[in-house]
Design a protein around this ligand. Structure first.
Ligand code: HEC
Length: 95
């Protein structure tokens, strides 16, 4: 669902670098940024539901059910966990 509907703007890993991103103003934010990560589920669900005024972020309330919006938010949260910014990655992974 994320890959079909959100990745065009937010990028496959939520970094805000989807193929449409360079054409948007303001650019879609990185969903894995600290600024987004610290927001509550309720805040982010509200953005997903109603869109964000004066940006390209669409309202999804007519296209996704409540459950789907919660699922996609849960997916965004997993992106934060699985794709850490390079600086925070352990340096000792090489053998
Ligand atoms: C047409 C491009 C576009 C699509 C498609 C899109 N977004 Fe966005 N999104 C944006 C823009 C632009 C913003 C505003 C910039 C920002 O707040 O980071 C935004 C903001 C957000 C935010 C708020 C981030 C914050 O920190 O407040 C969330 C959450 C979000 N999008 C989730 C989604 C989800 C989930 C989908 C798919 C169901 C999606 N977006 C699809 C362009 C898009």
């Amino acid at each position: 669902m994320y890959e079909q509907r959100c990745a065009v703007c937010h990028g496959p890993q939520g970094r805000g670098d989807g193929p449409e991103a360079p054409f948007l103003s303001p650019r879609p934010g990185s969903l894995i940024s600290a600024a987004t990560s610290v927001k509550s589920d309720a805040d982010l669900l509200a953005v997903i539901t109603n869109g964000k005024p004066r940006t390209a972020m669409p309202a999804w309330k007519d296209q996704l059910t409540d459950e789907q919006r919660q699922d996609v938010l849960a997916y965004i949260r997993t992106l934060v966990r699985f794709y850490k910014p390079p600086l925070q990655q352990p340096q000792d992974e090489q053998p």
